[in-house]
Design a protein around this ligand. Structure first.
Ligand SMILES: Nc1ncnc2c1ncn2[C@@H]1O[C@H](COP(=O)(O)OP(=O)(O)O)[C@@H](O)[C@H]1O
Ligand SMILES: [Mg+2]
Ligand SMILES: [Zn+2]
Length: 264
């Protein structure tokens, strides 16, 4: 009777939905901030005739005891919620493995490695290349596949998010909360890493976020950057050296093509 739970009569419907959602989470972690029951119970845009949008299926056994188990639709609901929380909602609508084209050998290799990364337990994926070469596309495709596999994911745009974090570095709890989310989230995607001028504060910030992820088990970090890997190693040997070491086999170079300039 795997997945069945005896009904707890003292649990409200919202609480049971939260419990069900948590039991559907792959990583088993709980969020650090209290859940908003209305948000958790928000049954998204999924219309499920099997459970009548309650999220669970009830069964009464011969002794009259009620049991429940999460309905199949909960996976979809958890996935939609994870997309929403990740910050990638708009990007995942546009970018996936399905619409990543592979006209050249470089793209074929990138797509193959990206798909392997999703299935592997490799901790780091780095792609370096010029603007318009498809970095955000392929990294979003990776995140989308991981989210569909119930990984909690967070999207960080280096230039804006790092500037924000540096501006609140002296604000104690607010800073800690945001930085811990980036440190601890099972999947972190940093887009355009080290874009803009790099100060000592940037190097410290990268260390704070990534050193933990370097050591942590069961986490995945996806990084896209316009900087050549040799340049990354030059500006920040400590943190980037470790990442590149951990990304062995998944350190890729996007082809020198700007798809934004392609006619169409
Ligand atoms: N291999 C590809 N297949 C399909 N579209 C691509 C490919 N590479 C780039 N593009 C498209 O080109 C545009 C720019 O890609 P993007 O991922 O934003 O580049 P980057 O992040 O490297 O600057 C996007 O619309 C993207 O979908
Ligand atoms: Mg990009
Ligand atoms: Zn259902």
């Amino acid at each position: 009777m795997e997945g069945l739970q005896k009904i707890n009569p003292y649990m409200s419907r919202a609480e049971s939905i939260i419990a069900l959602m948590q039991s559907c989470q792959r990583d088993g972690t709980t969020t650090t901030e209290p859940e908003n029951p209305m948000k958790a119970a928000n049954l998204d845009n999924v219309d499920c005739p099997i459970c009548n949008n309650t999220g669970y299926i009830l069964r009464v056994d011969e002794e009259g005891i009620q049991w429940s188990r999460p309905c199949e639709c909960m996976k979809k609901r958890v996935s939609l919620r994870n997309i929403e929380d990740s910050g990638l909602r708009d990007l995942v609508k546009r970018y996936s493995f399905d619409n990543y084209q592979t006209p050249g050998e470089a793209q074929k290799k990138i797509k193959q490695k990206a798909e392997m990364f999703v299935k592997s337990d490799a901790p780091f994926f780095i792609i370096s290349g010029l603007t318009g070469s498809g970095k955000t596309h392929i990294c979003t495709a990776i995140c989308k596949a991981l989210i569909e596999d119930n990984w909690k994911t967070k999207y960080m745009v280096w230039r804006t998010d790092a500037a924000h974090l540096k501006s609140i570095v002296n604000e104690g709890p607010a800073y800690e909360k945001e930085i811990n989310r980036l440190r601890n989230v099972p999947v972190l995607y940093i887009d355009d890493f080290y874009k803009g001028s790099i100060s000592e504060a940037d190097v410290n910030l990268a260390f704070t976020i990534l050193n933990d992820r370097y050591n942590g088990e069961g986490k995945k970090t996806i990084i896209s950057t316009e900087m050549p890997i040799t340049e990354l190693l030059r500006v920040d040997a400590a943190t980037c050296g470790r990442i590149v070491e951990r990304a062995r086999g998944y350190t890729l170079q996007a082809p020198n093509e700007n798809w934004r300039l392609k006619g169409g």
